[in-house]
Design a binder for this molecule. Structure first.
Ligand code: UTP
Length: 294
């Protein structure tokens, strides 16, 4: 059966980024550069590659640099043109040319579920994707594209998931899920329940929810009627639990490597790996790292 095409991707970017203070005191973590591109641009490029060309960014106080980044910069473009820097001009223009971006504000950081709820009017009555930009997924086939393929077959919400071993599981939403026989083999699970940040001994599995979701519009109704949860925040996990009563939800262990760039160590690791992969920087950077005699 053909399901509605997914062309909208929501980027909640109104969080406070406390794990990355002081860098995030006056600039959003989504604008921190991984090598030379803001983190959020990697996510936007992934959305585009998955066929979503309508981008919705949920911003908050102090996030205007995100809007400026995806806007046309006349002064900069004029200067680059006058100086004949056509390659840089192309880099600057590329992103604002390719996408249509809308913004809406979350006045107070009241949780991821609340941020997603803020996109209700812009998304309307259609399935959509959510990308948490600080989860950068390096994959041959973009992670969201993989997930939309699952959605296209099932018509049901799909949550990106990854095995997380040991105590670290307590930092995630965790799935209670059973494997489903499908063309994705051991990668597809049917969700039975979700638990937000459980103690290691209470975790129903080692399948953590990662920052990519394909959702149906029914989630908005669920979020609107979900009471505030842990820490006075509206948790997306709680909304998903309500949704599970009405719809099947799948967990999908994507192919690719995920970097948590909202965390300092994760950000450093991602920077090194992405720099080493760069054609223009990789070889020299590798030689430099070798001299460090670690
Ligand atoms: P995080 O759990 O990473 O929280 O949010 P955070 O506030 O951004 O960062 P830390 O943990 O304090 O360092 C996951 C995603 O949800 C968004 C964030 O911007 C991030 O993309 N978010 C979170 C919102 O948009 N609004 C919120 O109220 C909370």
């Amino acid at each position: 059966m053909a399901h509605k095409r997914i062309c909208k991707a929501v980027f909640p970017a109104a969080g406070l980024g406390t794990r990355f203070l002081p860098a995030t005191k006056a600039q959003p973590k989504e604008m921190m550069p991984l090598v030379d591109k803001p983190i959020i641009q990697y996510g936007v490029e992934e959305a585009l590659a998955a066929g979503c060309d309508q981008i919705i960014i949920i911003t908050g106080r102090g996030k205007t640099s995100i809007e400026d980044h995806f806007d046309v910069s006349y002064e900069l473009e004029k200067m680059l043109e006058e100086r004949g820097k056509t390659d840089l001009l192309a880099v600057v223009r590329q992103i604002s040319d390719m996408i249509h971006v809308s913004y809406t504000r979350q006045k107070e950081a009241m949780g991821l579920g609340h941020a997603v709820l803020m996109s209700r009017e812009l998304v309307g009555d259609e399935p959509f994707a959510v990308i948490l930009a600080d989860d950068i997924i390096d994959a041959e086939v973009p992670c969201l594209k993989q997930m939309i393929e699952v959605y296209n077959e099932t018509g049901a919400p799909v949550l990106a998931t990854q095995v997380v071993e040991g105590r670290a599981i307590s930092s995630y939403g965790v799935l209670d899920a059973k494997p489903v026989a499908s063309k994705w083999g051991h990668r597809l699970f049917e969700v039975r329940n979700l638990v937000e940040k459980p103690k290691m001994e209470d975790a129903p599995s080692n399948l953590a929810i990662i920052g990519r979701y394909v959702l149906t519009p029914a989630i908005f109704e669920m979020l609107a009627s979900t009471p505030l949860g842990t820490g006075g925040e509206l948790q997306l996990t709680d909304g998903l639990k309500q949704l599970l009563k009405k719809e099947k939800i799948y967990g999908y262990t994507f192919e690719g490597k995920r970097h948590d760039t909202g965390d300092k160590l994760g950000f450093l690791k991602a920077t090194v790996e992405f720099a080493l992969k760069r054609e223009d920087l990789g070889a020299e950077f590798r030689e430099y790292l070798k001299t460090l005699k670690l």
